[in-house]
Every structure is written in C-alpha cells, then in structure tokens.
Design a protein around this ligand. Sequence first.
Ligand code: FES
Ligand SMILES: [Fe+2]
Length: 385
Amino acid sequence: MTGVVPPEPTIQTLSPFETGPDTPAGRWLRAFWQPVFRSEDLPAGVAKPITIMSEDFTLYRGEEGTAVVTQALCPHRLTKLSIGTVEGDSLRCKFHGWKYGPDGQCTEAPLQGENLIRRIRLTTYPVTEIYGLIFVYFGDGDAPPFPDIEKFSREHGHDMMSAPLVFNRVYRRYCNYYINTENTIDHAHVPYTHAISANPTLTKVGFSPDLAVVRDITVERLPYGVRVVDTDDGQHANSAVLLPNVMHLQVGQRIGWLENLSWRVPIDDESHRTFSIEAIHTDEEGAKVWRERQAQLQHEVAKYPLTEDIAEMIIRGEKTLMDFVDHPRLANIEDALTQQAMRFITDADRQNLAQSDKGVLQLRRMFMSRLADFIAGDPSATVSW
Ligand code: FES
Ligand SMILES: [Fe+2]
C-alpha cells in the first residue's frame, strides 16, 4: 500500500491571513523583528498597552530612555501592567505595587516574602530601537540579526539613509495586514482607487496624474519576495514585497524620488498598523518646502477624524470620497477605503484573480511556499532580505 500524499497547501490551508499565536503565518511573522511603535511617540517614563498579532503586551520607556516590552498582565492578580508607573528602568504595578526590572524580574512586592519575589518574573522580549522605530522579536529562541537596511537600500534602492529627508510614518487600517501587503504589488488599483487624488482638477495634493495610468507590469521573483516594475520604462514606480510583510517602494514624486520601507504589522486579523521609514531624495530647496508643508499638513489633518474612521463612514454609506477632496491625505483614505471594505478574506478561493493580478498571484504562491519551508524547519525561511 502506498502512503497518502498530503494535499498541496492552498491559500485556505496555509493561510497568510491568520496570525494568532499558534497559526503557521503567525509563527512565521514572529520569527522576524517587527516594529511595534514609533520612537517619538513614546516619551521616557511612559507605559503603553500594545496588541500585536492578537496578543497583548506592555511597552514602556524607562526614565533613562530604554524601551522594554513585557507580558501584558501583572502575575499577581492579572491587572494590566500598562496602567502602572515607571520608576527608573523598572515598572511598578498600579494595583498593589509589585515592581519589575527591565529583565522582568520582580524586585519588590510589599508585604511578600523574599522567596515569592525571587520566583516571580515577567516574560520580556528583545527590543531594538533603530531608524525611529521600536522593533521587537516575539519568536522562539534567540533573536535573529537585525536586517541590514542600509546595505539593502544601497544595493536595491537609492541609499535611503543618505537622503536629506528621512522620516517615519505610522497609520492603522481596519483590515487584515495581508490585504495591504499585496496592495504593494497591485499597480492596477492606482488609476481607479486613486482616481480622485490623481486628478488635479479635483485635488491640490496627491498622486501625479502620470502615475494613475493603466500600465502592464513585469513581475520579478526575488530570493526574498516579489518585485513589480511598470513595463513601459520602470520610471514611475517599482515596488516589492520582502517576505513576509515588508514593502519596499520606490516612486517618483513632484519633489524628488521617494523610497519607502513599510512593515504591515497585524494588530489582530482584522486590523493592522503600517510602520514606515521613508526617504526623499531631493535638493535643499525641496527639503525646505517639504518641512514647511509638513507642519501645515499636521494642522490640516487634525481637523478631520482619523483616516481609518473616515473610510468606515464611507463604507457605511454616510459619506463619500468627494466629501474629503480637501483632505491632504486623500490617497491614504482611498487605499483605506478599498482595503477596509475587504476587512478580512475568509475565502480567498472565491476571488477571481486575473491577468492584472499576476504579481498578487506570484506573491501568494511564494508566501505559501516559503511558509511551508518555515513549517518544515528550513532555516533559510527566516533570513531577512
Ligand atoms: S495585580 Fe499587580 S501588584 Fe497586584
Ligand atoms: Fe494605493
């Protein structure tokens, strides 16, 4: 009798969409450094609750400046440690004052014996703070080396750290992280999703009209992902997914050439955050104009609800995109709209992927095949790009 050949994995059986702690894709994403917060948003002495891949954690910054990530709940009676107070580089629980050092060890517990104090320890996670972002390793065993972003950019981009403008962005979307991951290489969405923000008669800022043209694409399979280049001359945009969840985008903009590395990090399976490092290669004058524009832009954006909430209003039929033509981040609302309207793909086999989805299809195949390699224990599946 011959053995039973296991069926080929499909997008249903080896889902990129589910990233909870015991899912295949969740385990794979946890094998890489993932950004969880923007450095400038976490002052010294502050603790915050964070949710990453459907698990809760506590993030705090000690008074000397070091960022620490621990389990969410105090081992004593399980209240949230994020409501506690930072003392030096330690965190004291708000409820009964048990105190934990940055290595998680309990160092004080009022009225308790030394034995108990020694026994109590929080789970903590390796943290690397670099390029304006706080990265955490949630996987098993020792943390892998941090990817050499500068070398990657020198070899595959425009040497982003040498650009006069390097900055970070973070935004949330109420949809599965993978929907945004594959949007990276879905150039066919641009003329339609961004029809308003690319139309200079309707909007002042947004895509250049030249970008929002239907073009065929060339799909390139890379050792670490999939890159898509516009077929005509590749001068408008080229974008890659660096497996499992990073975008590398290079695109011409009015003030210069933009290079963007963005991590799509699941909050849970129906929402995610994008953390990006962005660089604009421009001249002194361009950098000056950009900085002035940013200050003004923050002010304008603050007048509106959050982008992800605007998209929900439109999805519910209460508003239309035309109600937001003056929003300085209209292009982001347009993407949030189409992506949040999908929220979570429960049955990817029902989609009808077509010719213009050849990049999406290639990425799904490669994601599943590298994920299968990871599950089989292939160490190359956890090497960063
Ligand atoms: S619950 Fe934290 S000290 Fe009691
Ligand atoms: Fe888009």
